[in-house]
Write a protein that binds this ligand. Sequence first.
Ligand code: F0G
Length: 457
Amino acid sequence: MKTIIEPFKIKSVEPIRFTTREERIEILKRAGYNPFLIHADDVLIDLLTDSGTSAMSSKQWAGIMDGDESYAGSKSFYRFEEAVRKITGMKFIIPTHQGRAAEKILFSVVGGKGKYFPNNTHFDTTRANVEFTGAEAVDLLNEVGKHPEIRADFKGNMDIEQLENFIKITGKGNIPLCMITVTNNSGGGQPVSMQNIRETKSVCNKYGIPLFLDACRFAENAYFIKKREAGYSNRSVLEIAQEMFSYADGVTMSAKKDALVNIGGFLAVNDESLAMQCRNLLIVTEGFSTYGGLAGRDLEAVAQGLEEIVDEHYLQYRIRSIEYLGEKLVAAGVPIIEPPGGHAIYLDAKRFVPQIPQEQFPGQSIVGALYIEGGIRSVEIGSVMFGKYDKAGKLIPPPMELVRLAVPRRVYTQSHIDYVLEIIIEVFKKRESLKGYKIIYEAPMLRHFTARFEEVV
Ligand code: F0G
């Protein structure tokens, strides 16, 4: 098999700034050992997130010039609407400035105290938007998805049996909708199979509950279906995506992922009365229904991005770059969530630095070491992000301690990825010398963004 190449030429470049190890030690200390507090200029390879960090194509930039900035009825809105409808088939399409704005509007309308929302795994903003209304967010991930070391094709699947039991116990009247997140970001970027979407839909239908997709990474999910699920190898990614959405009654999407833009999102539904209520709220919070918090040029860029994302040469390169990094890490003995997901590599910090107890944030320690060793920015997804305290002030840790290295779309080349690999292996060799951290400042909510740490000596 031939080398899978980046399916693009580079027309415009952005230099990255090199720092010395000594400088990085100082920078990290000044940032309180928190990657969110490092200036991006001091980062060499930025793997903090794949969200809003994509490189746009020349056609998307052309769309930026071509955007129609009319307040109402802009031609860019109609192009955007057509592009979203082609993929999702949804009747009512509501633009929002990003994914969480779509979530905020949806759950403000359908949420509230006494309501429950099952999902394979809520992303943290989705959970926050559900909980903000007083409702409860319930994760019903398949058992295999909870074990980083077990290899399986669809570790993002919903546990169908648990879902049905949950509906029976909770009562269908208390469940305004059920959601599936594709791919499952919080569980390692793992895909959900078509069969699982179909089965979830059939359980939902039985109880009259609408099914929604959190579709940020729908094209990556569709590509995994094409590669891994029987009966799909000859179908196009677009057709597979269309089938995925055919089981859904609604969609929330952060266009900052699989629409290859720096800002944007949407909410799309089939129910007219729900659409009316959401549009009314949109006008109060985001903007008029034909722009929803975005400029006309942003809508053009999303429309173009949605055409480009289903290109199979792009997806082959995308999924292969992550898999390539994962394969080499596994060969070097580095513990990761296996198999690699669609947008990121997740290091398993518990196995990487077993000497650091969960109260001393093993993931955060690896994040610090990757920065010092090679100027790579990653993010902890473990006790810093999700840890809670009991009444005695003792940490209640989440089940997994992970470090996410999320790869921006079309931004880095294979040699960047090779460099990342070298640095991770370098840190892995020194793993016994890594130290834990303690928190010296934390905010009451979403503390990972602003917390400050010190090394435990
Ligand atoms: N749903 C999922 C699955 C996500 O991954 C995100 C964002 C959102 C919803 C919210 O979208 O950021 O446009 O408001 N994930 C980013 C990340 C932030 O780094 O994984 P948003």
